[in-house]
Design a protein. Structure first.
Length: 523
């Protein structure tokens, strides 16, 4: 090797080593003492070993800003390519400058162009305050149209084309929360992550409220109250494990189907346990997640937004190795009523499934929409209409099983009314109750005065309950007259019935669309 090669190689290796060290060993040690991974360690833990290829490693090194605070490139997770960036809080606090903003933009754009998922690992207070005393560099001029402030454009173009996943790994504001808000999923680290548009100090100045960062925008707030985030985890590694698991259910892009994963679970397995999980008494609560785990392959269920609007449960499972999206009423919360928040949660999830060729399984057990002033004033009409929009817009296979009850507008919101809402197969269990209201409420409304005047009111009530139940709430009678009902099935046949139905529907063609730019969902 001649002297010039040797000198240049040494300079290159030195520059790379400095870039790989980020803000320096002292800052790295401090992060470790706080129980945090570095931005680079997060990527290394997330991707398959040895697969990460970094772009623009030397960006910012001449200015003493290694990678300009953003590590970006592509790697593999479970053998499948993803594009990824990770914000480095050891460099200028993770603020977004012209070079790091360009890398963020380019990562999303590349993922979109290549048809692979995008993952953003965020820890940034937002845009970097520019140094007005420094002249713009040539590179700065070149990247001016692709920067952190315009990343919303590729995020929006990628929506519905590729899966987009965001992780909030520390305190984030401004660009670092608006871009994630445009992606499909947001995960947070408990007691470590915060998201807000305006931080506690400015909130205090403007409103006089004295709030901590956790109170204003912590993981608990966004997972339980606002619904902005889809899940919280105890640590960096557990969050990154969650991303890996989620990706295992998803296709690379909208033109593909999700991967088939053999869980070693017999597709003909009976689900006798469901009888002991779901009480026949319609007023008794149970955890529908237990029923879901009995039905899906290997009992594996990846729940989305488990803490927000718990009256409905949504998430991913597999049936005979194939990904399905599950929507189920949760009787343990508000008796499975449908609400403003549950409507948003249900709609968002079903539309994601429809984007990425994921069949939808609906498990119905609802008392219908929650009545009252609070729900009406919060716009339950508008929010409920979102659900109807999503049901009617969806073109993926959809199968519904009514487990126990379906009253009033719940038949609409869960997509089990006859007609063009798009549910391909509807099955009833033999204990199902149907009607505008529950049996007891209906009898009191229709025969209350007659019962009160009867010689033996209690005997009359029992008689009317039996007559009403037999005439209006009998699934066998309903199946005899309602041609939209595929069958009344035994609970033990639920898994087998779903798998056989989805096998038939696997070649379903999406219905033709009217020519238009796009619909206008009632947001």
């Amino acid at each position: 090797m001649d002297a010039k090669y040797e000198e240049r190689l040494n300079r290159l290796r030195e520059a790379k080593a400095k870039s790989l060290l980020g803000g320096g060993q002292d800052k790295i040690d401090k992060r470790h003492s706080q129980g945090k991974l570095t931005a680079r360690e997060r990527i290394d833990y997330l991707v398959d070993e040895g697969t990460f290829m970094e772009d623009l490693l030397l960006s910012g090194h001449l200015e003493g800003l290694p990678t300009d605070g953003c590590i970006a490139g592509h790697g593999k997770i479970g053998g499948r390519i993803v594009c990824i960036y990770s914000q480095d809080a050891t460099v200028k606090g993770g603020t977004i400058g012209p070079l790091s903003g360009f890398k963020m933009y380019k990562t999303v754009e590349t993922a979109l162009d290549m048809g692979v998922p995008f993952i953003g690992l965020h820890e940034s207070p937002g845009a970097r305050i520019p140094d007005i005393h420094k002249a713009k560099t040539v590179l700065g001029e070149v990247v001016s149209e692709r920067h952190g402030g315009t990343i919303f454009y590729p995020n929006t173009q990628a929506s519905g084309r590729i899966p987009q996943i965001s992780a909030i790994m520390g305190s984030c504001a401004g660009i670092a929360v608006y871009s994630p808000a445009l992606t499909d999923f947001i995960f947070m680290v408990d007691k470590q992550s915060q998201m807000f548009i305006t931080g506690p100090v400015m909130v205090g100045v403007v409103t006089g409220e004295n709030l901590t960062m956790e109170e204003l925008g912590g993981a608990e707030v966004h997972c339980k109250v606002s619904g902005v985030a889809d899940g919280r985890y105890p640590s960096d590694k557990e969050l990154l494990d969650g991303i890996k698991e989620l990706l295992s259910y998803l296709p690379q892009n909208a033109d593909e189907k999700p991967p088939v994963v053999d869980m070693g679970d017999d597709p003909n397995r009976d689900t006798d346990e469901l009888v002991s999980i779901v009480p026949s008494n319609a007023s008794r609560a149970y955890d529908v997640r237990k029923a879901v785990r009995v039905i899906v392959d290997g009992g594996r269920f990846f729940e989305v937004k488990p803490e927000f609007a718990p009256e409905i449960v949504v998430g991913f499972g597999r049936l005979d190795g194939k990904t399905v999206g599950i929507v189920a009423n949760q009787s343990m919360a508000m008796a499975g009523s449908m609400t403003v928040d549950s409507s948003d949660k249900q709609t968002r999830f079903m539309r994601f499934c429809d984007c990425f060729n994921i069949p939808i399984v609906i498990l119905v057990d609802t008392t219908a929409y929650l009545p009252g002033k609070d729900q009406e004033h919060r716009g339950i009409i508008r929010h409920g209409a979102k659900v109807l929009y999503a049901l009617c817009e969806s073109g993926v296979p959809r199968v519904a099983v009514v487990l126990r009850k379906a009253y009033g507008g719940g038949n609409l919101g869960m997509g089990i009314i006859p007609g063009q809402v798009g549910t391909d197969k509807i099955f009833y269990w033999p204990i199902v109750e149907l009607g505008v209201l529950g049996v007891k409420a209906s009898v009191e409304l229709l025969y209350g005065m007659e019962i009160a005047k009867a010689e033996n009111p209690e005997e009359m009530r029992k008689q009317k309950l039996k007559e009403y139940e037999e005439r209006y709430c009998n699934p066998m009678r309903e199946a005899n007259a309602n041609l939209s009902i595929s069958a009344v099935i035994e609970p033990k046949d639920t898994r087998k019935t779903l798998i056989q139905s989805l096998e038939l529907l696997s070649t379903k063609k999406r219905p033709p669309r009217y020519a238009k730019h796009h619909g206008n969902i009632p947001l």
